[in-house]
Ligand binder design. Structure first.
Ligand code: GTP
Length: 365
């Protein structure tokens, strides 16, 4: 009996708020006959992304979604990723492609390592790792190395470094000169990146996203050898080392770094995430203005959640000082309580709660 072909896996990485979930929703809409399984991981303790993707695929029996809120999947102390993937392998007759959305504070390398490990290598093959980039933010210099932004800049660099494909997202308002400048900046920071793709309105051509087969050469039946997998429990920095460089047919040889260190926020406890809640009805304009003020006063890199406005619920999405409020397809009309998750580097929960409460004239805690 011939072994079943391994299921291709695409890892979608990218910094907080780059547009990973939006891009995945677009891919689901244009999946045609492909049967997709999605693993969605986010940093905060409430799951917003999973609900949004679920709303995009409602009623579609060919889209399976596994939601991993809180924590980082595939990292050292995660026990959920491998069993979830093995369960997918058992249902392989119904899965053509797996997409993994990593948290905005994770590197793709942890999942890459497990895919190549003994538990999963026979059933899965890495198709490609995509890094989604918030292009206006890149051009604004937000990821330049400087005293304050260092942690974000480092994470951004590492996500690019381990990607095969960089997706320039949020480019709807940019002209050609800006796009060329963005490409130059990406190439300077990540010379190993093989393709740059443009996603207008977070729409990526599905043929450019799935089925790239960039890592087929990494399978052992192609004669490649690897350094042993890192010990996931080793101390964070000591366990970071590279796989042997390997050639891809028709493409230049390159190597992938493997940094299967534990939670990034354990390594750098400056990364914080917390949820603020309010039982009071909110108004969109003061709330939006208050969130912008919060992001100016505190190092908030991301905020999102469901907020009750009159008799309905709205979805709030903030990436630094850009805050958008839209109808809440995922929560329906039911959110009785407003909940917003905030993620940032050295942010003060007390300060954010005070500013938000003062700006909205309601209690947030
Ligand atoms: N203008 C514009 N906005 C976009 C685009 N893609 C995403 N956004 C917006 O950017 C915000 C963040 O998008 P998400 O898809 O949630 O980002 P994410 O990378 O999944 O975020 P995290 O999982 O929190 O890291 C949302 O308000 C989106 O509507 C785009 O191409 N153009």
């Amino acid at each position: 009996m011939t072994a079943a072909a391994p299921i291709p896996v695409t890892i979608v990485t990218g910094f907080l708020g780059a547009g990973k979930t939006t891009l995945l929703r677009g891919l689901i809409e244009r999946r045609q006959t492909r049967r997709l399984a999605l693993m969605i991981n986010e940093f905060g303790e409430i799951s917003v992304d999973g609900a949004l993707v679920r709303a995009a695929s409602e009623g579609d029996a060919h889209v399976q979604i596994e939601d991993f809120a809180h924590g980082l999947i595939a990292y050292g102390d995660d026990t959920r990723f491998v069993p979830a993937m093995q369960a997918l392998a058992r249902r392989r007759a119904n899965v053509d492609h797996v997409l993994i959305e990593t948290s905005g504070l994770a590197l793709p390398t942890a999942a890459m390592a497990l895919l190549q490990g003994a538990d999963l290598a026979a059933d899965f093959v890495l198709d490609a790792t995509l890094a989604v980039v918030d292009t206006p933010l890149l051009l604004s210099g937000a990821f330049e190395h400087g005293a304050e932004a260092d942690a974000a800049a480092t994470m951004f660099d590492q996500q690019l470094e381990f990607a095969d494909v960089v997706v320039l997202n949020k480019i709807d308002g940019l002209d050609e000169a800006a796009l060329l400048e963005a490409e130059t900046r990406v190439r300077r920071r990540a010379p190993n990146v093989r393709f740059l793709e443009l996603a207008y309105n977070a729409q990526l051509d599905i043929r450019l996203a799935l089925g790239l087969r960039l890592h087929q050469g990494t399978r052992t039946d192609h004669g490649h050898t690897f350094a042993p997998l890192p010990d996931a429990n080793a101390t964070p920095l000591a366990s970071q080392y590279r796989l042997n460089g390997h050639a891809h047919s028709g493409l230049a040889a390159h190597s992938h770094g493997l940094a299967t260190h534990k939670h990034f926020h354990e390594q750098d406890p400056g990364w914080l995430s917390f949820v603020l809640r309010s039982d009071a009805e909110q108004e969109v304009e003061p709330l939006t203005a208050a969130l912008v003020d919060v992001a100016k006063a505190q190092p908030v890199l991301r905020c999102k959640g469901h907020v009750r406005v009159q008799d309905r619920s709205v979805l709030v999405q903030g990436v630094r000082t850009r805050v958008a409020v839209s109808p809440d397809a995922a929560a329906g009309n039911a959110a009785r309580r407003s909940q917003l998750v905030f993620i940032g580097y050295h942010i003060s929960r007390a300060q954010v709660a005070a500013l938000l409460s003062a700006g909205t004239g309601t209690t947030w805690r």
